[in-house]
Design a protein around this ligand. Structure first.
Ligand code: PXG
Length: 284
């Protein structure tokens, strides 16, 4: 039976419940993370917990436990559920309170940790590569809801995903308020052009992916030149290779965007090198 952690106690999945007065539900007021377990080991746990606390800091949410206690609670929940491979969803809500936006109307932020299976992209897409559709929903303006916050309100990304699925694709290419490439609905994007790996910088208005950073480190070690620079759709259409990175996706090739074939129309050699490097660091 799956055990869910809620604020210091463990509940069976069917009994793991949060108040309908919690501002996490009423307003999407809260933060979350998505973390993988590979062979019983939690991947980049410290980095994910740090990002969770940074997201909370930005929205002025005081997480009621320390980083160390969060790390312990995550590890204990993984052990209790006996998961050797899977997915962890820690989240912190604003807590329940009166109706109304004022955070002073709330008390008792809730810390939830779910350990479960992960739904991945269809396995064949890792061999053949996927197609992206550019969507009309732009990524949140950084001065509205900054994409660096992994908040419980993911409607920006969900609206993008709806459009991509409507267009017959599994992932959406999202532009920023300047019309530059930002990221996908749940993944960061990289291209390869003339041997150089390029990805939008943090100030393009993106979630700074943990997988994105792992890939940058792999590239540096493999002496593949890497640039964090603004990209346009033209750069995607005319790239030699393209791939996405994310906790769920890992490293997945992209071979088409808006009907344009990218490079040779199949996963490229640098993508393959990065993917193999990623498998080494996760399965070591
Ligand atoms: N951009 C966005 C908008 C994301 O939500 C990433 C990039 C990749 O970041 P990481 O740190 O994972 O490399 C994400 C991550 C889900 C799910 O349930 C979503 C993510 C991660 C895991 C699961 O759809 N998004």
């Amino acid at each position: 039976m799956t055990k869910v952690y809620i604020s210091g106690k463990y509940y069976d999945k069917a009994d793991a419940k949060i108040s309908v007065y919690d501002h996490g539900l009423l307003y999407g007021d809260g933060v979350f993370e998505g973390i993988r377990i590979y062979d019983g080991k939690v991947f980049k746990l410290k980095e994910h917990v740090e990002r969770l606390f940074e997201s909370a800091r930005h929205i002025k949410l005081d997480i009621p436990i320390t980083r160390e206690q969060m790390i312990d609670a995550i590890q204990k929940t993984v052990e209790l559920n006996g998961k050797r491979n899977g997915y962890i969803r820690p989240l912190v809500t604003r807590g329940s309170g009166y109706l109304g936006l004022d955070i002073r109307k709330t008390a008792d932020p809730q810390v939830v940790i779910i350990v479960d299976d992960i739904s991945l992209y269809p396995p064949e897409l890792y061999e053949t590569g996927m197609e992206l559709a550019t969507v009309s929903t732009i990524r949140n303006h950084p001065n509205a809801l900054n994409p660096r916050i992994k908040s419980l309100n993911y409607l920006n990304n969900i609206l993008a995903k709806i459009e991509a699925v409507q267009a017959g694709c599994v992932e959406a290419l999202m532009l920023n308020h300047k019309g530059e490439v930002a990221e996908c609905s749940g993944d960061n994007i990289f291209i390869v052009k003339q041997g150089v790996l390029r990805t939008p910088p943090s100030d393009a208005g993106i979630l700074e992916g943990i997988t994105r950073q792992v890939v940058i480190d792999i590239a540096r070690k493999a002496t593949i030149p890497i640039q964090e620079t603004a990209l346009t759709r033209h750069d995607i259409f005319t790239a030699d290779e393209c791939f996405l990175t994310g906790t769920a996706a890992e490293v997945i090739p992209v071979v088409k965007c808006d009907g344009r074939v990218i490079g040779a129309g199949k996963p490229g050699s640098i993508t393959r090198t990065i993917r193999e490097g990623f498998q080494q660091v996760t399965r070591q």
